[in-house]
Design a protein around this ligand. Sequence first.
Ligand SMILES: [Zn+2]
Ligand SMILES: [Zn+2]
Length: 410
Amino acid sequence: MAAEIHSRPQSSRPVLLNKIEGHQDAVNAAVLIPKEDGVITVGEDRTIRVWLKRDSGQYWPSIYHTVSSPCSSVSYHHDSRRIFIGQDNGAIVEFLISEDFNKMNHVKTYPAHQGRVCGLLFSLESEWVVSCSHDKSLSWMCTQTGAMLGRHTLNAWASCLQFDHETRHAFVGDYSGQITLLKLDRQTYSTITTLKGHEGSIGALWWDPVQRLLFSGAADHSIIMWDIGGRKGRTLLLQGHHDKVQAVRYLQLTRQLVSCSADGAITVWNMDTRREEAPQWLDSDSCQRCEQPFFWNLKQMWDTKTLGLRQHHCRKCGQAVCGKCSSKRSSFPLMGFEFQVRMCDSCHSSIKDEDRTALATFHEGKHNISFMDMDPSRGLMTTCGSDRVVKIWDMTQVVGCSIATGFSPR
Ligand SMILES: [Zn+2]
Ligand SMILES: [Zn+2]
């Protein structure tokens, strides 16, 4: 993979435009202000700051506000200048930012949760603030009256949230690796389904209301695309990270997915190409190629006087195979395997060289990324995390129509 990164031309990389420093602790969110050279940051150091780009080219705070508890999440609505901050103590505070970004006035405090608010979204259409928390609940509150409208209790700490403003569906990711899909109403709700597919806590969710696609990134290093609009239960697995995936963003116009992981990797996926579902792993008591028994198959081991083998799975066909029958490795981007994975011998020999052409590009953010925001219309991206630095990137060379139509082969 390293060789591939270095062989890419300089121009197709994210270009670092600016760095914002000065936070005393982790920056939990850095949101781009639409149509302004501005960024809003919220941090573990209990600050909310609005940064504007000055004539010097550097970003300086025009608002610096300290609250009583670490700021864990944010939802900013640009047209109304309303901003909602989720806090570590479970409260959500609403402020109104002045037109010139020099003042911020407190509007309301919502006693939404008993624990850290890790995801929240303001919906102007419903006048709701929907939020999820480490107190294992999802709540939605009326922003006109401040009243709690409803609450749903989950089995695990919630970690992230997406909301469809039109249909009022909420998607809640949690630490057990599940995503709960709910339909919210005023004071009632129904649980639609639970999406199970990850083997680690959900780090990020992104809902695309147009194509009705849900993307989830998780601590198991993988991303799943849940094709809700397709109504056929299609899921695509995307494996192109070596660390926890903590931010995902789908660009509907160019059909690209941008994902970031804790190790600073930024991966840009071409979703405008044929992709196949990875197979379910099959169960067997013996290798489905050489028929030797696996170690728990005591009867066959005794009958044939053979030693039991460990079970592995071919990522391409899903068959249960022994180590000897699956000694080779290959990438297979068509199924989302951008890195080398285990293949049985027959699958390995069936893969042609062109099948190994990457369907994603790989970039280095060079800092811990726990949050990412993008403004696709300007090609801007912000990343931030525990290293207290906010980076502002020019992504125009990476995300764009030329890239979306297909990546050049290696
Ligand atoms: Zn075998
Ligand atoms: Zn196979």
